[in-house]
Design a protein around this ligand. Structure first.
Ligand SMILES: NC(=O)c1ccc[n+]([C@@H]2O[C@H](COP(=O)([O-])OP(=O)(O)OC[C@H]3O[C@@H](n4cnc5c(N)ncnc54)[C@H](OP(=O)(O)O)[C@@H]3O)[C@@H](O)[C@H]2O)c1
Length: 259
């Protein structure tokens, strides 16, 4: 059977870009989406020069539902079968809730939650019809914890995990798998975008993006539902089971403080 395409949102940098290399290495053609045209063009050239695959790029602001629908329409027009949907595009914002910008938070909710859900709504039915396909949602260790100083971001990632686990259950009698990759702090453009660079979270023990993508890709391809890297972060996700939530929230706040 002809190999389908992997659609990766937020492929111009960070985790999405690294995941693109893994799909390319395995011979899957790609649809890469982000707002940065030059970065995507350069990545397309690099991937097509090095692998026998086709790479389509689509410049979209996925915090806008209309653009997500446009992306879906483009893919339909090209008669592309999306075998893998990677909902990776996302961002965070640092600061107390009374200080942060609503415009940015509204975009964050639209991108991290609404578009992820909408693209799943658009592509999942045809995966079920074919009884073939995998979806990878990029959640976070933040999905398991309340996050003072990034309250909205942590809450968006809690949604992603909850949504993924629920769909995994609904899909249990099909061949479709859905996974939530839950990285801890990872060195990408994320911390600068979130104004988080001085935070203790990124000072020591941040993960390397190549490791996140490699482990994430391998476990996703095996159909694992919740993917967490590293013993330290696995323990962090289990803390709310053993300690009072108020205490955990206090600890997260102290980790989030800028030095
Ligand atoms: N880095 C971490 O510590 C960490 C930890 C846990 C989870 N995550 C999650 O991992 C995912 C990837 O983040 P990353 O760390 O790789 O960050 P990154 O390096 O900042 O990459 C984010 C990607 O999303 C794209 N993007 C942002 N806003 C977009 C929009 N409105 N429309 C379309 N694309 C958009 C960016 O491209 P353009 O700017 O070109 O649009 C970029 O390709 C996110 O969901 C993030 O929440 C990150």
């Amino acid at each position: 059977m002809e190999k389908g395409y992997a659609l990766i949102t937020g492929a111009s940098g960070g985790i999405g870009r690294q995941l693109a290399y893994h799909f390319a290495e395995d011979g899957y053609s790609l649809v890469l989406v982000a707002r940065s045209k030059e970065k995507l063009e350069e990545l397309k050239k690099e991937l097509e020069n090095n692998y026998s695959i086709s790479v389509l790029i689509s410049i979209k602001d996925l915090s806008k539902q209309k653009e997500a629908l446009k992306l879906y329409d483009e893919i339909k027009q090209q008669r592309i079968t999306v075998q893998f949907l990677v909902n990776n595009a996302g961002f965070g914002l640092y600061g107390t809730f009374i200080e942060t910008s609503w415009a940015e938070e509204a975009d964050m909710i639209d991108l991290n939650i609404k578009t992820l859900t909408y693209l799943t709504k658009l592509f999942l039915p045809e995966m079920v019809e074919r009884n073939q396909g995998r979806i990878l949602n990029i959640a976070s260790v933040a999905s398991f914890l309340p996050g003072p100083l990034m309250a909205v971001y942590y809450a968006t990632k809690a949604y992603v995990l909850s949504f993924t686990e629920a769909l995994e259950n609904e899909l249990k009698d099909t061949n479709i798998t859905i996974s939530a990759l839950c990285p801890g702090p990872t060195k990408t453009g994320f911390s600068d975008r979130a104004n988080l660079s001085g935070s203790k979270l990124f000072e020591s023990g941040a993960l390397h993006v190549e490791d996140v993508a490699k482990v994430g890709y391998e476990q996703f391809m095996r159909g694992k539902t919740i993917i967490i890297l590293g013993a330290k972060f696995k323990v962090a996700t289990m803390l709310p089971r053993f300690f009072p939530r108020k205490l955990i929230t206090k600890v997260v706040r102290s980790m989030q403080e800028v030095k």
